[in-house]
Write a protein that binds this ligand. Structure first.
Ligand SMILES: Cc1cc2nc3c(=O)[nH]c(=O)nc-3n(C[C@H](O)[C@H](O)[C@H](O)COP(=O)(O)O)c2cc1C
Length: 245
C-alpha cells in the first residue's frame, strides 16, 4: 500500500458536499495534474468548462433528471471531447483536417475520459470527493447551446467536485478473476465467480443506509441493459461532425 493505492481503493462517488469552496489554486493543481494523463498521439483532444452560472446549473440539473448534487457542488465541470485545436493546427499549416472519422471520435472520447478520471483521482487525493454526471447526455444539444460548444466537439459528461459531507460504503467491484484473463478471452467459466459476486452485491444493496434495493448485480444489469438509453446520441454525434465516415 502507498497513498496513491489507498486513494484509488477508497473511491466512492460523493453526492453530498460541505458548504466550503474549492480554492482556484486547488482546482488549478487538480486540473494541471489531470493533464498529465496519457493522450493518444499527443492530441490532448479535450476542453473542460467550469460552470458557475446558477441558471445554467439549474438547467443542467433539470436535464439530468433533478440531481441535486449538480446544484450543490462547489465546482461543476463539463468535459468536452474536442478536435478544434487540432483543426486549427491543420489550418495554420495549410492543411485540412481529415475529420468525421469514427477513429477520431474514439480518440477524443478516450482522451477526455482519461483526463476526467485523473481529475477525480487528483481531487480525491486532496481530500475532495465527486461524481461523474453522464446524464448531461439526456439533452446534449441543449448543453452545446448553453455553453456554445461548436462542431467537432461534444460534451461527454459532467463532474461535481466538493468537500465530502458523506462517506457511503464502497461499492464492491468484480473479483479480479472475472475481468483479468490469461492469454485468451474467456468468460464462459465465470458462473461461480458471478454467483458469488451477485451475493456480495445483494448484501451491499440490502445493507446501505439509503436507496436500499433487493437486487443482485446481474438482476440490476438485466433491467438496465435491456432498456434503450439515449437513442438520440447517434444522430447528435453525427450532427457534431463525428462518426460520419
Ligand atoms: C461516465 C459516468 C457517468 C456517470 N453518471 C452519473 C450521473 O449522472 N449521476 C450520478 O449520480 N452518478 C453517475 N455516475 C456514477 C456511477 O453511478 C458510479 O461511479 C457507479 O455506480 C459506481 O459507484 P462508485 O463510483 O461510488 O464506486 C457516473 C459514472 C460514470 C463513470
Amino acid at each position: 500500500m502507498n497513498s496513491t493505492i489507498e486513494t484509488m481503493q477508497s473511491h466512492r462517488s460523493i453526492r453530498k458536499y460541505k458548504d466550503k469552496a474549492i480554492s482556484d489554486e486547488m482546482l488549478e493543481t487538480i486540473l494541471t495534474s489531470a493533464q498529465g494523463a496519457a493522450t493518444s498521439s499527443f492530441v490532448q483532444a479535450y476542453t473542460i468548462i467550469r460552470v458557475d452560472d446558477q441558471q445554467n446549473r439549474q438547467a443542467i440539473a433539470k436535464i439530468s433528471g433533478g440531481q441535486q448534487w449538480i446544484l450543490d457542488a462547489p465546482v461543476f465541470l463539463i468535459f468536452i471531447a474536442d478536435l478544434n485545436r487540432l483543426d486549427a493546427a491543420c489550418r495554420k499549416h495549410g492543411k485540412e483536417m481529415a475529420d468525421g472519422y469514427m477513429e477520431q471520435f474514439i480518440v477524443a472520447t478516450v482522451d477526455t475520459a482519461l483526463v476526467a478520471q485523473n481529475t477525480l483521482l487528483a481531487a480525491e487525493s486532496m481530500g475532495l470527493g465527486g461524481v461523474f454526471i453522464g446524464s448531461i447526455r439526456n439533452n446534449p444539444e441543449k448543453i452545446c447551446d448553453m455553453l456554445e460548444i461548436p462542431e467537432n466537439a461534444y460534451p461527454v459528461f459532467g463532474m461535481c467536485l466538493g468537500y465530502p459531507d458523506d462517506l457511503p460504503p464502497l461499492k464492491p467491484r468484480f473479483p479480479l478473476e472475472a475481468i483479468f484473463k490469461k492469454d485468451i478471452y474467456r468468460i464462459d467459466g465465470d458462473e461461480a465467480v458471478l454467483n458469488a459476486y451477485d451475493e456480495t452485491t445483494h448484501e451491499y444493496y440490502l445493507s446501505r443506509d439509503s436507496n436500499l434495493k433487493d437486487e443482485t448485480w446481474r438482476l440490476q444489469m438485466a433491467g438496465f441493459m435491456s432498456q434503450i438509453v439515449r437513442p438520440h446520441m447517434k444522430a447528435f454525434i453525427e450532427s457534431k461532425g463525428f462518426c460520419i465516415r
